[in-house]
Design a protein around this ligand. Structure first.
Ligand SMILES: NC(=O)c1ccc[n+]([C@@H]2O[C@H](COP(=O)([O-])OP(=O)(O)OC[C@H]3O[C@@H](n4cnc5c(N)ncnc54)[C@H](OP(=O)(O)O)[C@@H]3O)[C@@H](O)[C@H]2O)c1
Length: 288
């Protein structure tokens, strides 16, 4: 089941998606990573042990990510690469073009995961963009497909479309800002019901919660940093956290999260079910 929570984690732990493919549970985010340094820092991430890179057309760094994949010395099938249809390209034609551009820019033979970046473009645009993903998947270019920043109403709309048409495809992954101060329990519950893997972006809240007393207490208790506590929380919730850093030491620190465990009480201390405090944009509430 895609929403399983493994009993034990290491850096090679994966989750099985509805597509039948596996996704490594620790991802490396490259939003705001300048193209000029992206290959070098992504190579450092690979050296550290990450095998999963989260990029997007909109980040303008798919090409250096692909260069890092080629120059890593690793086998292509050992690396998981994600890109996304830009928020302004959510229609059948524009999504098709986006996918084509990813292939021409990266030179990759296939993409592991392609997401719709945001639920914009109106209903027709959203469903058309999904059709473009499903076709690319059928053609073997993209292995798994999904969405990002979809609210429950957008997810219901898509599930209904898949059920009542011959478009095909399964929602393999959903990506949202998720952390203790934005737990998104309604969306997570929807995903659990449909076996959709939940990817957590801004998993360390862009550093904005570093001084929270609860993080200080747990960091002291476990001899880890506040960022490692948050990433471990994400893993233990069954999510796929996507921490971003261009700083080698932080890249290493963010992957050094397998030698401790948060107990039930620790997890309870990080449970704020009524909190709704995004640190990034929030298209989930869009009624476009
Ligand atoms: N689908 C979407 O709409 C969407 C939106 C946002 C993000 N994302 C994805 O999720 C990834 C992560 O989100 P994000 O980059 O917004 O936020 P984030 O990972 O929560 O935070 C990144 C920030 O924290 C700093 N940082 C990283 N590790 C640290 C550590 N151990 N200690 C202290 N500071 C640390 C980084 O600085 P340095 O880099 O300078 O080290 C950077 O400023 C993105 O890269 C992207 O792949 C997706």
């Amino acid at each position: 089941m895609a929403t399983q929570t493994p009993a034990k984690f290491d850096i090679n732990t994966t989750l099985r998606m509805n597509s039948g493919h596996d996704i490594p549970v620790l991802g490396y985010g490259v939003y705001q990573t300048p193209a000029a340094e992206c290959e070098e820092v992504t190579l450092h991430a690979f050296k550290t042990g990450y095998r999963h890179v989260d990029s997007a057309r909109a980040y303008r760094n798919e090409q250096p990510c692909a260069d890092a994949i080629r120059n890593s010395g690793l086998k292509r099938e050992d690396i998981f690469f994600t890109s996304k249809v830009p928020p302004k390209s959510i229609s059948y034609d524009a999504a098709k073009k986006s996918i084509e551009s990813t292939f021409s820019q990266t030179g990759l033979d296939y993409i592991d995961l392609y997401l719709l970046h945001a639920p914009y473009g109106g209903k027709e645009g959203r469903l058309g963009a999904w059709k473009a993903l499903a076709e690319a998947q059928k053609a073997g270019k993209i292995r798994s497909i999904g969405v990002s920043n979809y609210g429950v109403h957008h997810l219901d709309e898509l599930a209904e479309y898949i059920k009542t048409s011959d478009v095909g495809g399964t929602i393999d992954v959903g990506q949202w800002e998720v952390h203790p101060w934005l737990p998104r329990n309604d969306i997570v519950e929807w995903c659990r019901k449909h076996n959709v893997v939940v990817e957590a972006y801004c998993p360390i809240v862009r550093g904005q919660r570093a001084d929270e007393p609860v993080l200080k207490k747990l960091a002291e208790k476990h001899g880890k940093t506040w960022a490692q506590i948050l990433l471990r929380w994400s893993l233990q919730k069954g999510y796929v956290p996507l921490p971003k850093s261009v700083t080698p030491k932080r890249i290493e620190q963010n992957a050094d999260i397998y030698d401790f465990e948060l107990d039930q009480e620790d997890m309870k201390n990080l449970d704020f079910p009524d909190s709704y405090a995004p640190c990034a944009w929030d298209p989930t509430t869009s009624n476009d």
